[in-house]
Each structure stands twice: as structure tokens, then as C-alpha cells.
Design a protein around this ligand. Sequence first.
Ligand SMILES: [Zn+2]
Length: 407
Amino acid sequence: MKRFQPSIFAGLAALFSLLAAAGAAVSDRARELHRSSLVFDGHIHAIEREFYHGGDIGQRKPDGQFDLPRARDGGLGAMFFSFYVTEDYYPGRFETKQALRLIDACITQIQANSAAIEIARDASGVERIHAAGKIAAVLDVEGSFDLDGDPAVMRDFYRLGLRSMQLSAHNWQNNYADSCCSGTFRWKGLNDRGRAWIREANRLGMVINVSHASDDAISQAIDASTDPVVATHHGLRQVNDIPRNMPDWLLKKLAAKGGVIGFQIGNEFHNRKVFDWVTAHAGKPFWDTKPVGEATGPLTIFDLDRIAAPKFPMGGSAAPEDLKMTVDDWVGVVDRAIGLVGEDHVALGTDFDGGPTLPRGMRDVSDLPLITDAMLRRGYSDERIRKFLGGNLLRVFRQITEKRPTP
Ligand SMILES: [Zn+2]
């Protein structure tokens, strides 16, 4: 009898994945709660695929994790519409130009799909656009638009519609704030330019995204900022001990200032087995960007495009199914954070198309209701689920963008 058990379990597991893949695993109650909530994702790589390879974000695609039709299927109401200036552009100091090209691509794509999506410049804008049945897009830069942190350049990007920016230059060392993962901590957190950068972000009403910054940089940013700060896509170091994740003391400090942590959806962040598998197969941890400096030299920006393009769309790894966490495991990580800082400081920050290896049974953005279903299974109240899905991020976005007249 015993020898038959594994195949029975394998059969049940296969059936479960099939049901999940068909979207059948979500209860009616979860579907209704999800549909009637504002689902506000703090981090989605929305534009790189089209920037490098052409196409339209409004077209349904057979691969990757995000496009507008699938986002609507998943009940997405608002998102940080992230554009990513990769490290490839930094050694030659093309970061500002690349950010301008990407923000142009964002505006062009959003305008071409104006019946489905619109740029939101403040929290009231998010609510108005959502009420009109469209997806609200908050323009957000991943990486740097100016490695020097010049406030004049920040003001220009604000005028173009940018409302969220990263404190560190992704995994690279910029000239005012340390990254988690560049291997050196040149500023031991922030320098005076970094503190001036934060003052200007506060004055304008720009979200300070601390994901990818070093512990010291995050801690000092929380001290220096008059607004709460947001870790848009993150994990817990207590769950997976990597520098890209947040230690408990720092999460408590972020929450005490009113901030929120968005939970990245990938196994790499929350599941040590897959993290180890991915690291072994790549020969380096996912944040290691050391080879970038070697690949670049006196190159044009078009040469750099050819170097960066093959990375996109950035799907997850081919890690074996049996190593992957389930959506319920993932909710368990969120639950740990709620136990630590309460239900008002956690949010969604999936990082779709930014490389996450998705939980077992989740295909793409259209499967977001699986999260609501898992939270109901865990016994969460509707109110708690709504806070996680979007209420908390909207609250902080309002604090940041609506505390003063727009400059
Ligand atoms: Zn990121």
C-alpha cells in the first residue's frame, strides 16, 4: 500500500495545479472580495519588453507575466508602473537619457491604451481612475535617473509625471546612497547629498522607494524623511537571509514611521530552496551586477540597448515545481510581518516581469485572486485583506502626494 502513496500524492498535486491553472481553485467568495477591492500593486515591470522588443502593452501575450488584458483578468486596479534603467547604462553615464527614453515609452504606451489605463499623479487620481473602470498607473523608476542625485533633475522627472523613485541605483553604488548589493558601502548609508535628495522628494511629494538600498541607507532615510517611506518589493531576512531582504528591526522602524513593505511574489525572496537552486544555476546571486562594468566602455546607448535587451521579458527561473512555495506559503511570510508590525504596513509588490519565479500554480498577473483566496483560507477578515491588496499603499500614497498643494 505504502508504495502507491507517492503516485497518489503526485496525482493529487497534478490535479491541483491543473485546477489552479484553470483558475478554478479560487472560491466565489474570494473572487467577489477581490473584485470589489482596490488591488494596488507596488511594483510591476510594465514597459521593458515593449521598449526593447516592440509591441503593445494592450495586447495579450502568450508568455511573460504582465499585459493589460491579463491585468484586468487579475482584478488589478492600480499599479506602480515601473520602468527600469538597468545597470548597463551607468558606467557610461547614460542613466538620465535612458530614463527619459523609458518615460517616453511609458507615456506613449499608456496614451495608446487610454481606454484601459491612465497616469495617476496623486491618491485622488488613483481613486478617480479606478472608479472609471481603468487601471491607475503611478510612474515609478527602478534604478537611477541621476547617479548624482541632483534635485533639479528630480524636479524635471516630477514634471514628467514621475511619483516614485528608488533611493539606491538598483544594485549599483550611486553617489549619495548605498545599495544593498553593490559589495561596498561607500557612504555608510547616506551622505549629505542623499539627505538633500530626501528633502526634495518630501517637498515635491515623491514616493521614496527603499527597496534595493542598504540597511543603513534605509534606516537613515526613515530618520531623514518627513514622509513615510515605502519598500515597494521586498522580503524578510528572517525568512531568507540575503542582503536584499529586510531585517525585523528595520521593518519595525519603517512601520513606526507609517511606511509599508510590499511583498515581492518570487520564490527567490522567500524560499531558500529556490534561492539556492537559482544561485547555483546562475553561478552568482541574482543581485550581482559586477560583470556590467566589464561589458561597457566607449559604447553608444544603442550598443547598450543590444546588451540589455535579451534580459527582457524577465520571467522566473526553471526551478523544479517541488521546490517552489505555494501561495499559502507566501501568505505565511506576509503573516509573519503582520505579527511583527500589524496589518497596516503590508502591501502587494509583486515585481511581475521583473524576474520572480512565481509560487506553484500561479501563472501571471491574472492569478492575483489566488492571494485573496489564500488569505481567506488563513482566516483573515475582509478588512485586513483589503488593506493588504491596496488600502495600505493608497493610504501612504495619499500622505505623500496630497499633504500640500502640488508645486
Ligand atoms: Zn527591483
